[in-house]
Design a protein around this ligand. Structure first.
Ligand SMILES: Nc1ncnc2c1ncn2[C@@H]1O[C@H](COP(=O)(O)OP(=O)(O)OP(=O)(O)O)[C@@H](O)[C@H]1O
Ligand SMILES: [Mg+2]
Length: 370
């Protein structure tokens, strides 16, 4: 059976780049339409009904940002992938907030471009299917809207609080205490929303690169030392890693996030202090894996809790969200085909073993957690 031809609209005034896209996609089953300026792009978005738009930010007439907004007014569900020659995290965040499904920077490798397009179309198709069969939106779609609605008032509260702090008599102890409580609770709610957003975000295979896990470990250890400034001198951290540890092909930010959560748990498990050892080495199995073992001397985990550790919202901490390990599992097992295992003995300590494939992975075959 012939695979369905997919309609793409490429919006860019740089002819060389348009040719590059044509060449990169010529073996694939795409029908490509071109718009060299913003006005044509908006017109074509409504008359040609493309399934995906590849949009450059710098256009000769109107800004890419405005095109994105106008296209979304015409058809909210249409996926738009932003491709620009310049960028920065803030621009990427702004564009994603305005509804872009992905953000890529030039120069682009054809392989990455094709992967990004397939990924965007696959997510779009799943959402269409969801709409057909399920009158309720999936969590992945619904939560970002909800998060947006929660975060806006939180920003407003933080702003108002800053003004109160400036204008009030801060010698009043009750007032200072109340401001501190509001501040902490706003921060907590923000962290919770961020945790849920990280959890529901679809996998992002585009941002994979060769990463040295020694580097991830050292970055996370120093980040945590800053976060837990007052506890830091009570906790001794030793890191052992083979100097020629092979690199892994992963999403750096995600693995950093997973390690942060594991080390954060270790800190929280050792309020009186103790040792945390982190060891990274290559295993001798096939395919090759890199194993990172985190061992703390903290409070340990009760036997009956062992089965629930990776469930979202499972926590025994008064102010925990129970999202740290659920997110680790998602990142390591579902998105990187690795494994995560936890062993623990109450009052003795906990060992978390993470394995990640040392070679490039194929998407879609998750690993395991226990
Ligand atoms: N190193 C550890 N030592 C002792 N208990 C742990 C350790 N790591 C995890 N746990 C237990 O597993 C539970 C779930 O951990 P998880 O990181 O998912 O959530 P949390 O730490 O409670 O909250 P969050 O990470 O969202 O702030 C913790 O509440 C704790 O009971
Ligand atoms: Mg945690």
């Amino acid at each position: 059976m012939n695979k369905k031809e997919r309609k793409l609209l490429v919006v860019d005034d740089n002819i060389d780049f348009v040719h590059f896209i044509r060449r990169a996609l010529e073996q694939e089953n795409y029908r490509i339409s071109i718009a060299l300026d913003g006005k044509t792009a908006i017109e074509k978005a409504s008359t040609e009904n493309p399934e995906l738009i590849l949009l450059d930010m710098k256009l000769p007439d109107i800004s890419g940002e405005e095109v994105l907004e106008r296209v979304k007014e015409i058809n909210k569900g249409i996926p738009v992938m932003v491709i620009t020659g310049y960028g920065g995290d803030q621009l990427a965040i702004d564009m994603m907030r305005k509804g872009a499904v992905d953000f890529l920077t030039k120069p682009l490798e054809p392989r990455i471009l094709i992967k990004a397009i397939k990924n965007a179309l696959a997510i779009h198709d799943t959402r269409q299917e969801d709409k057909k069969f399920n009158p309720y939106p999936s969590l992945e779609i619904f939560f970002p809207f909800l998060a947006h609605e929660i975060r806006n008032p939180l920003h407003a509260i933080s702003g108002a609080l800053a003004i109160i702090q400036k204008r009030c008599n801060l010698k009043d102890q009750f007032l200072t205490q109340s401001i501190k409580i509001i501040h902490e609770e706003v921060q907590r709610l923000n962290d919770f929303v961020q945790g849920c957003l990280n959890f529901v975000r679809p996998p992002d295979f585009i941002r994979f690169s060769e990463v040295n896990l020694r580097e991830v470990i050292s970055v996370t250890v120093s980040m945590l030392a800053h976060m837990f400034e007052s506890e830091s001198n009570k906790i001794e951290i030793t890191v052992k890693a083979d100097p020629d540890l092979p690199k892994v092909y992963v999403n750096y930010e995600e693995i950093k996030q997973a390690f942060l959560n594991i080390i954060k748990n270790a800190y929280e498990a050792m309020p009186e202090g103790g040792e945390l050892s982190i060891e990274a080495s290559e295993t001798h199995e096939s395919p090759k894996m890199i194993e990172v073992v985190f061992t703390d001397q903290g409070v340990g985990i009760k036997k009956e809790a062992m089965g629930s550790l990776f469930s979202p919202f499972y926590t025994n901490k008064p102010r925990g969200n129970g999202l740290g390990l659920a997110l680790c599992r998602r990142i390591i097992v579902e998105r990187h085909q690795g494994t995560i295992h936890i062993e623990s003995e109450e009052k003795k300590g906990t060992t978390v073993k993470v394995k990640l494939p040392a070679t490039r992975l194929q998407e879609n075959t998750p690993g395991e957690a226990s």
